[in-house]
Structure formats: C-alpha cells, structure tokens
Write a protein that binds this ligand. Structure first.
Ligand code: NAD
Length: 499
C-alpha cells in the first residue's frame, strides 16, 4: 500500500512523519484495485505532498463486504452501547494524545493555521467523539400501552452499513461528526474522505485500528463521480450522509432514489445573513462579523457571508468592521499568528477569484482587498464588497472564500425580506441589545441556526443543519443518532380475541 512522508517547515515542532495513504478496509491497508494514485497538494506552497491510493468501485464493494460482516458479527447489537461508547471515548483520548501530529498534517494538507487546527479542529473532533461515546446505548425506545389486551414497544435499531462522504474544509472535524453518531448508533461505516484533503483521516485510521474491531470503520478516497457515486448508489449501503455542495447533494439524492431508496442526510451550502441592528454593541458585532466570515478563509458552510447593516449606523459600523478585517493576518499554516490561510485547492482559488471578478463586473464596489495575497500558494486578500444589489451573483451565490458582501436595511420588515431572499437556509446571526427583538427576528429567519450576539459557535449538544436548499437532517446532538437508526414497532397480543 502507498505511504507518504510529510516534511514540515523548519521551526515547527514536528520534523516529519510517515503515514499509510492506501485504502483502509478491515483495519488493513491496501493499494486499491486500480493501482492508481491521486496527487495531494499543500495549498500554502502549491506543492505535491503525497500520492494517495485512488479507490475504485470494486474497493467500495470490498469495504461494504467488510462493513457488513462487522455489522453482522461484532458491531451493531453484538456490542452493547456502553462498550461502543467506551471505544469512542478511547478514540477521543487518542485524538488528544496525537493532537500535535493530527494538527500538523491538517495544517499542511488543508492550509489552515496549525494553532487553530490543533486547538479547534482536533480538539473539537475529540470532543465530538467523546460526546457520542456518552450517548451510545442511550437511544431507548418506548413502551406503548394500547389497550387492555395489547401493548407495543419500539426498538431503535442500527440501520446497518452506512456510507459517508465528506469535504475538504474541516477534514478531521467532519470525519468525527460523521463517525460519532453512526458508531454510537451501532452502524458500520464506509467513508469517502475528500481527495483534496485525505491525510488527517488516514492518520486517524491508524488510531482507529487500535480501538475498533476490523470492518467497523472503512475509509477510502477517490473521485466523487466514481467512489462517491458508488457509495450513494450501492444496494447494500443502507443510508448515506453527505457534506458538500448543493449540486452534488442533488446527485446523491438521485443516486439514492435510483438504487435502494436509502435515506439521505445532506449538509450543504449557505449564504447566511449576519444582521446588525442599530442598538447592537458595534464592537462586539464587528468582531464576530469578521470571525463569522474569515474563519477558515471563508470556507465554512455556515459563513456569515451577507452582512446586513441598519441604515442609521451603516457608516459607523462599516468602519469598525473594515478595521477589524484589516487586522486579520493572512499567512501560511506554520506562520505565527496567521488567522486566514490559503484557499484549500487551486480549483477553489479559481472559483473565488471568478466570484470577485463577477462582483467587479456587475458594478459592486471593492471596499477592501479584491486580489491575490502574495505570490506563492492560493491566498486571497480579505475582501469586502459594498454597493451590492440583491440580484448580483456575489449576493446570491455561495462564494466559499474570504469575501464578505455588505448590504443596508431600513427596518425589521425590510430586513426579514432581504435576509430570507435566498435559496439557502443554513445559518444566520442577529446583533442587538434588545432581546425581544432578537427573539422575534430569530423566529422569522428561515435558517437552521440563528446565533444571537455571536457567530460560528457550534456545540456538540446542539443540532446543526439546513432549511431549504441547505440540506436535510441534522448533525450533532441526539438528533444525529436518529439518522442512523430505524424504529421497529413490536406489537404484543396479551389476551385479545382471535379474528
Ligand atoms: P463537492 O460537493 O464537489 O465535494 C464534496 C465531496 O463530495 C467530496 O468528497 C467529493 O469527492 C464528493 N463528490 C463529488 N461528486 C460526487 C458525486 N457525483 N457523488 C458523490 N460524491 C461526490 O464540493 P467541492 O467541489 O469541493 O466544492 C464546491 C462547493 O461546494 C464550494 O465552493 C462550496 O460552495 C461547497 N462546499 C460546501 C461544504 C460544506 O461544508 N457544506 C464543503 C465543501 C464545499
């Protein structure tokens, strides 16, 4: 099976690390049926850092065989929930013990700052695994008294082998978000990690092999139209969970419908409104506003990409926001204090650049940035557009980069119409000191998350997911476990008459 040897820049706490980058099935590595590889690049340096196995449809079949066997023999209802929970917590501990390594790999592969990768991505991934460790085995059914001669009970049974397909913006965190609820529920997994950022998950597989029985977690990468399509159309995969673009989400749903009608959960794009009322604490709103979009270089599905400012404070707030955004340090993953890294792929860099060009062409004003940062890697300057009309491409389409679009509103009525004028409905935020106003506007916003006086704060115990074309189903919290279980009703006749 192929391996990779990663070297970190001088001055970093780790010098280099070797890891397996093949197809991970039954806790073993192989080269993959086709024997082909995919180049993985470090976006900050535009350099190839690994050649990973490109899996094929046959590899997916082998992974399903392994997952099915594990489900029927060692996992699912063969391992009590408490034991599944103990293993998830053990994996959480290993993530923390290996945080330095996992974060170094993540930083190199995805481009995000090492400090953020370590203290946020890896720690949040461990926290998520531990949270679901605690929930395993607690998904009880009900006893239902029907009448004197009959009662029924329900069992929440694991659905079986599940397919999971994840993107490149939060590779290790999305890995944990998907693993946690599925394993807690008792399912076994065939996961496709992004071909752009597969390395941290591959390292995590080494830890998984120390904890879980063979076949419980199987991980591979490859192209979406081959491996992703094989998973979503597989007749023996009983459910598929996807995070990524709305375009691909639609294809996954079609593939599920055309094969075995497997249930689908989708966590897709967004164009989330971040709303600043005149009575807000403007420093607080500027701080969260900058964080809400520029965190992860804007590559967050829930990014607050449309800022709506009440007319009366427009100039004053725009100045505060601009100063905050100007203070963002753009830099490579191993530079001290860098907050905004590169776009994670050349393709994404090109897409974001095209959106910036479209904004200019359609007559919006570039208030800040608008160009490339530096000469090496896929960096784009923190960018603010003003004079934006709702009909413009930059106001409607998800940019998924460090570009914020500023618009004005008059009053609540005007605001609600503008904020909801989108096909998306993932997230939103309201900044106001008037809690009654915040709560009443929160009710009107068509989005799965409304933050009040903060942004991007995700909690394991709080459900996350989209309204409208931002997705189906919820991740995190006890809600996510329901995605991986099927409810069985058992009817018991005590002494009822025969028909
Ligand atoms: P994508 O949706 O193409 O890729 C996400 C995952 O889906 C990858 O693992 C990919 O290999 C796989 N995939 C691609 N085609 C598939 C298919 N036909 N069947 C099954 N799986 C398939 O995302 P992208 O092209 O990398 O990014 C495009 C846009 O998606 C971005 O600009 C952004 O707007 C959005 N995006 C959203 C998220 C999110 O967190 N919701 C994450 C990444 C990208």
């Amino acid at each position: 099976a192929p391996t990779a040897s990663l070297t970190f820049p001088e001055g970093h706490s780790l010098k280099n690390i070797d890891l397996s980058v093949g197809v991970f099935i039954n806790n073993e590595w192989s080269a993959g049926e086709g024997g082909k590889t995919i180049e993985v690049r470090a976006p900050a340096y535009d350099k190839v850092i690994a050649n990973v196995a490109e899996a094929t449809e046959n590899d997916v079949d082998r992974a399903v065989d392994a997952a099915e066997k594990a489900f029927e023999t060692v996992w699912g209802e063969h391992t009590p929930g408490s034991e599944r929970g103990r293993l998830l917590m053990k994996l959480a501990d290993l993530f923390e013990e290996h945080a330095e390594t996992l974060a170094s790999i993540e930083a190199l592969d995805n481009g995000k700052a090492f400090g953020i990768a370590k203290n946020f991505d890896v720690m949040a991934a461990a926290g998520c695994l531990r949270f679901y460790g605690g929930l395993a085995g607690k998904n009880d059914g009900k006893t239902i008294e029907v009448n004197e001669s009959k009662f029924a009970f329900t069992r929440h049974e694991p659905i079986g082998v599940v397919g999971q397909i994840i993107p490149w913006n939060f590779p290790i965190l999305m890995f944990a978000w998907k693993l946690g609820p599925a394993l807690a529920a008792g399912c076994t997994i065939v996961m496709k990690v992004s071909e752009i950022t597969p390395l941290s998950a591959f390292y995590a597989c080494q830890l998984i092999a120390k904890v879980f029985p063979p076949g419980v977690v199987n991980v591979l990468t490859g192209y979406g139209n081959v491996v992703g399509a094989a998973i979503s159309s597989h007749m023996r995969i009983m459910k598929v969970a996807f995070t990524g673009s709305t375009l691909v989400g639609r294809q996954i749903m079609k593939a599920a419908a055309n094969s075995n009608l497997k249930p689908v959960t989708l966590e897709l794009g967004g164009k989330s409104p971040n709303i600043v009322f005149e009575d807000a604490d403007l420093d607080q709103a500027a701080s969260w506003g900058a964080f809400g979009l520029f965190f992860n270089a804007g590559q967050c599905c829930c990014a607050g990409s449309r800022i709506f400012i009440q007319e009366s404070i427009y100039d004053k707030f725009l100045e505060k926001l601009t100063n905050k955004i100007k203070s963002i340090k753009v830099g490579g993953p191993f530079e001290a204090d860098a907050f905004q890294g590169p776009l994670t792929s050349k393709l994404q860099y090109d897409r974001v650049s095209a959106h910036i060009q479209a904004g200019k062409d359609e007559g919006a004003t570039v208030h800040l940035g608008g160009g490339r940062h530096g000469t090496e890697g896929y960096f784009i300057e923190p960018t603010i557009f003003t004079d934006v009309e709702p009909s413009m491409k930059i106001a409607k389409e998800e940019i998924f980069g460090p570009v914020i679009v500023v618009q004005k509103f008059k009053d609540e009525k005007d605001l609600i119409a503008k904020a909801n004028d989108t096909m998306y409905g993932l997230a939103s935020a309201i900044f106001s000191r008037d809690i009654s106003r915040a709560i009443s506007v929160a009710k009107e916003i068509k989005a799965g998350t409304v933050w009040v006086n903060c942004y991007n704060t995700l909690e394991n115990g709080v459900p996350f997911g989209g309204f409208k074309m931002s997705g189906i189903g919820r991740e995190l919290s006890s809600e996510a476990i329901l995605n991986y279980t099927a409810v069985k009703a058992v009817h018991i006749n005590l002494n009822g008459p025969n028909p």
